[in-house]
Ligand binder design. Structure first.
Ligand SMILES: C[S@@+](CC[C@H](N)C(=O)[O-])C[C@H]1O[C@@H](n2cnc3c(N)ncnc32)[C@H](O)[C@@H]1O
Length: 281
């Protein structure tokens, strides 16, 4: 049995772990505290997530219907209609032709965070990585941000269509443009001049092979004032652990607890992280 002093120390460590990161006003759970190594912290995080949330016990695709040609969702007072191409999903390497739960969770989290005064997106520059069908970027633009949605060069048609169909100039507070960006390649000047206030990504951590390029791109896009929101699907613990361990070398990472998400869009199969670049020594 733990002694009173040990219980107190554990409670103190838990409290030390809740911090404010970047431009998000809520407190997030820090993944690493001094004394722990990156690999220990990444392993502890994945063990915690799989142990407590038990993602594989609940059904995937709670908020999306990937066989449908259209996903309808209400956000920011608008009824959005996101076109999908389920048949393209069979093509090797194509994943963004349909929506994924973590995209819906991230989009609705942003709306909820803005509505509850935890986040200000109005007038801010945002770059979204791996936008897929574009829901997250659409919601960010409706929340008043100047959004650049990006994806691989041959995946932009559906994305452009969804932006045109859902964001009409009259009722748009922000703006949205689509441009190509392959992770690991040098970004176009308009993406980095000036550096974005926010970088967004949902379901972009799903293959160990892509982690190095994804992190290179995050590093290129981020200054000390940039806040990254990444929402991930809990499918594979070793891919997530690999990403976290590598990312912790250059970024401070905090997990946004589900109590801070949109109450109607919570899922034990999804995780939301905030990353900010470490200060250079
Ligand atoms: C699983 S989908 C997620 C799509 C969308 N964010 C969502 O949540 O519905 C992953 C996205 O990342 C994009 N992607 C994968 N590898 C990429 C790379 N190397 N460079 C740029 N985008 C990439 C895919 O084209 C796809 O749109």
């Amino acid at each position: 049995m733990a002694t009173a002093a040990e219980v107190e120390t554990e409670e103190e460590t838990e409290m030390m772990k809740m911090v404010k990161l970047g431009s998000y006003d809520g407190k997030v759970r820090l993944l690493i505290v001094s004394g722990d190594s990156e690999s220990e912290s990444a392993a502890e995080e994945t063990m915690l997530l799989w142990g407590i949330q038990q993602p594989t016990l609940s059904k995937p695709n709670a908020f999306v219907a990937q066989s449908s040609l259209n996903l309808r969702i209400d956000a920011c007072g608008h009824s959005l209609s996101i076109l999908q191409s389920p048949s393209s999903l069979g093509t090797p390497g194509v994943t963004g032709s349909v929506m994924w739960d973590s995209g819906v969770v991230l989009g609705k989290f942003l709306e909820h965070a803005v509505d509850s005064g935890m986040l200000l997106l109005h007038g801010k520059k945002i770059v979204e990585l791996g936008s897929g069908c574009g829901l997250v970027g659409c919601i960010a633009a409706l929340l008043g941000a100047q959004v650049i949605l990006t994806d691989l060069p041959d995946r932009l048609r559906l994305l452009k269509k969804n932006i045109e169909n859902n964001l009409r100039h009259g009722d748009l507070r922000g703006s949205a443009v689509v441009t190509e960006l392959t992770w690991g390649d040098d970004p176009d000047q308009d993406l980095i001049q000036p550096l974005p206030d926010y970088v967004l990504g949902s379901d972009v951590i799903y293959s160990e092979g892509a982690v190095g390029d994804l992190l290179d791109t995050l590093l290129q896009l981020c200054g000390t004032q940039t806040t990254i929101f990444l929402a991930g699907e809990l499918r594979n613990d070793s891919v997530l652990e690999y990403f976290l361990e590598a990312a912790m070398k250059d970024f401070v990472i905090g997990r946004v607890e589900q109590t801070q998400w949109h109450p109607d869009y919570c899922s034990p199969r999804v995780v939301v992280y905030i990353l900010v670049k470490k200060l250079e020594k």
